[in-house]
Write a protein that binds this ligand. Sequence first.
Ligand code: BV8
Ligand code: ZN
Length: 248
Amino acid sequence: MTPHPLRQAAALLSQARQVVVFTGAGMSAESGVPTFRDALTGLWRQFDAQALATPEAFRADPALVWGWYEWRRSTVRRVQPNAGHRAVAAIESRLPGTVVVTQNVDDLHERAGSPAPVHLHGSLFAPRCSACAHPAPVADGEEPPDGRRLPPPGCVRCAAPVRPGVVWFGEALPPDALQAAAEAAASCDLLVTVGTSGVVYPAAEIPQVAARLGATVVQVNPEETPLDRVADLNLRGPAARVLPALVD
Ligand code: BV8
Ligand code: ZN
C-alpha cells in the first residue's frame, strides 16, 4: 500500500542531502497577510494589482502606489509568522545548507528564524530613492491610511520621491538573488514549493529548473497550480498545517 503522501514527503525530507524551500504569498496567508491579488481594498479595489505594481503606476500617481505599499507594510508589521514559517526555519536548522527562496516581500520568514531568505522580489522594508537609489528609512509609528493616497517622502540626498524596495512588473529581479536561487535549485535534491500560483516569471522557473536537473519536487498548496506538472508529490493543504507535519 502506498504510504500517505505526508509520510512520503517527511521521509523525502529526512533523507534529503540539500533542500530548497520556495515560497509564495500563500505561505503568509494564514498569518493574515492578504495574498497579492486580495491585497486590494478601499481605494485600491478598483485597480488590478498587476497594474499597480509597476513603475508606470508609481510615475503616474506616486501617492496612490506609495499609500498601497505603506498600508501593506503596516499590515505585515501587525501580524505574526505562522506555524508554516516556523516549520521552514526548523528544516533549515536541521539541515544546514537549506536555502529558502521567497517571492514574498514581507519579513515573516526572518521573524520566524530563517537567517537569510533569498528575496526574489525585494522587500517592503527596504525603501529607496526612485532616482539615486539611496536607501530611505522605514517610517515607524503612525498607521498609514487604509485605502487612501499617501505622498512618498523625498530622498534626503536628491529630494526625488522614495519608492518601495520591491521588484515591479517589467523590472529585472536583483541579479544576485536570482543567481543564488538558480544555483540552489540546480544543486538541491529536494525542492519544496509552498503557496505559489507559479505564474510569475522568472521566479516560477526555479521549481522547474530543480525538476529538470533531477530534484524531487513536493508542492504544498490547497489548490491545483501550473506547478502540479513538475511536482512529484502534491500535498493539498494549507502551509501552516502541512509543513509542521513534515518536521514533527
Ligand atoms: C521581468 C513584488 C523583465 C511587488 C511581484 C506576459 C505579459 C506581461 C509580462 C509578462 C508576461 N510573461 C511574463 C511576464 C513578465 C512578468 C510576469 O511574470 N507576469 C505574469 C503575471 C504573466 N514578470 C515580470 O515582470 C518580472 N520582471 O520579467 O522583467 C526584464 C528583464 C530584464 C530587464 C528588465 C526587465 C517581475 C515580476 C515580479 C513582480 N513583483 N512582487 C509586490 O508584491 O507588490 S510578484 C507578486 O506576484 C508577488 O510578490 C508574488 O510573487 C506574485 C504572486 O504570486 P504568488 O506568490 O504565487 O501569489 P498568488 O497570490 O498568485 O498565489 C497564492 C497561492 O497560494 C495560490 O496558489 C493559493 O492557492 C495558495 N494559497 C492560498 N492560501 C494558502 C496557499 N498555499 C498554502 N497555504 C495557504 N494557506
Ligand atoms: Zn535620491
